[in-house]
Design a binder for this molecule. Structure first.
Ligand code: PLP
Length: 406
């Protein structure tokens, strides 16, 4: 472990916890990450010193919290290189962001007979809201297939687009296989047909630098809790040209301009999409997590995690009976595997007893499991605090579990 790695780990109190008498090896970052001390302190500080509902008070505390909340929006907008803060809508995470988009975009721009395109490797959060829209409006969902290696069949994208295509919704990084999709190319193809693109950034925001203007995506959804921020934080980025036209998703306080029983007019973006009291504490702490990541340097995070994934792949491939699901050229974050005929759940249980936290199951990607002819996998997913020592613990754990179960 390098001094820098040790320093980073020392910022995460949970990594010093013992489970069954052993220090935890936490390899479930694709599900959620642990929180650095600065994020935990930020939450405590707000509740101890500033807590008050935002956007509606004339008093000091309310103004202070409102400022912190709007500064957090600015921090996120800057991190994403959005054109303006108003293009960042706070949500509780990726799922809420995609549901918001599927409803508001769907109600505004879609009609019977239209089509939405997703891919075969999507998380359910980027499938089901579109299926619900398709059911509501009698539309069709089309699916970009994937190769045996777990990469999108890029040649199939353009022929799938027609004058009925309203949106392409695709993940940046697969939560199962770690595949990094060439979303820039998809966006170029889509835009040449005037079709907007949503990028599901749930698994890319923690690992790679995202510049929404350079990428030119029309929408991007992400979750704070997967990038060292609290649960209940996240955002939908969207281009003003779409957000301005889209109808609101939820109705209630703060999203209105004027309410009367004759009719209601709506607030401007982003407030039009933020009805009710948001989780402003988590949103403010999300900005703290972004400052933490930037202080480590996104280039360092990317390089460290890429090297770790390559090291893990190299070590895992030497194990007997190892089957790694997906072998994409560009990958990040997650490695899914199976060993011999051992059930993923049994492998996960034995690893747990050795203090190694991995995820097992279908990872909310059942269509992908079907495509790969499996019911589930064991998934090791990495964060900035993981080290080669964690990989070695995993390898030792897999060998022991294999000896017991194989
Ligand atoms: N999209 C992807 C690719 C994911 O991996 C996940 C969660 O694992 C989601 C969407 C949903 O994220 P959340 O549960 O934070 O809303």
């Amino acid at each position: 472990m390098t001094p820098k790695e040790a320093n980073i780990r020392s910022e995460f109190p949970l990594l010093r916890e013992k489970i069954y008498g052993k220090y935890i090896t936490y390899l479930d970052n694709g599900a959620t990450t642990q929180k650095p001390r600065c994020v935990l302190q930020c939450i405590e500080e707000i509740y101890e010193h500033y807590n008050s509902n935002i956007h509606r008070g004339v008093h000091y505390l309310s103004n202070k919290c409102t400022d912190l909340f709007e500064q957090a929006r600015h921090t996120i907008a800057e991190h994403l290189n959005a054109r303006e803060d108003a293009e960042v809508i706070f949500t509780r995470g990726t799922t809420e962001a995609i549901n918001l988009l599927a409803y508001s975009f769907g109600e505004t721009f879609c009609k019977e007979g239209d089509e939405i395109i997703v891919s075969e490797m999507e998380h359910h959060a980027n499938i089901v809201p579109w299926q619900m829209l398709c059911e509501r409006k009698r539309m069709t969902l089309r699916v970009i297939p994937i190769t045996d290696n777990g990469e999108l069949v890029m040649e199939s994208v353009e022929p799938m687009i027609s004058e009925r295509t309203r949106l392409i919704a695709v993940t940046h990084v697969s939560n199962v296989m770690g595949t990094i999709n060439d979303v820039e190319r998809i966006i170029k193809i889509a835009h040449s047909h005037n079709v907007p693109v949503l990028v599901d950034g749930a698994q890319s925001m923690p690992h790679v630098r995202i510049d929404v203007q350079a990428m030119d995506c029309d929408f991007l959804a992400f979750s704070g809790h997967k990038m060292y921020a609290p649960n209940g934080s996240g955002a939908l980025y969207g281009k003003r040209e779409y957000l301005d036209k889209m109808v609101p998703y939820h109705g209630g306080g703060e999203m209105i301009d004027h309410v009367s029983f004759k009719g209601t007019t709506y607030n401007v973006i982003p407030f039009k999409f933020e009805a009710g009291t948001p989780d402003y504490v988590s949103a403010i702490a999300l900005a703290e997590a972004i400052r933490f990541m930037e202080s480590l340097d996104m280039d360092y995070i990317m390089a460290h995690e890429q090297a770790l994934v390559q090291y893990a792949l190299h070590r895992m491939r030497s194990l007997e009976g190892m089957r790694i699901i997906g072998d994409a050229k560009y990958r990040s974050g997650a490695i899914s595997f199976l060993v011999g005929k051992i059930h993923h759940y049994d492998m996960g249980m034995i690893l747990d007893k050795m203090g190694i936290a991995v995820r097992t199951g279908h990872h909310c990607a059942q269509p992908l499991m079907e495509r790969m002819g499996i019911t589930g996998t064991v998934r090791a997913s990495f964060g900035v605090y993981n080290t080669e020592e964690d990989v070695e613990a995993l390898i030792k754990g897999i060998m022991k579990a294999t000896a017991m179960l194989g």
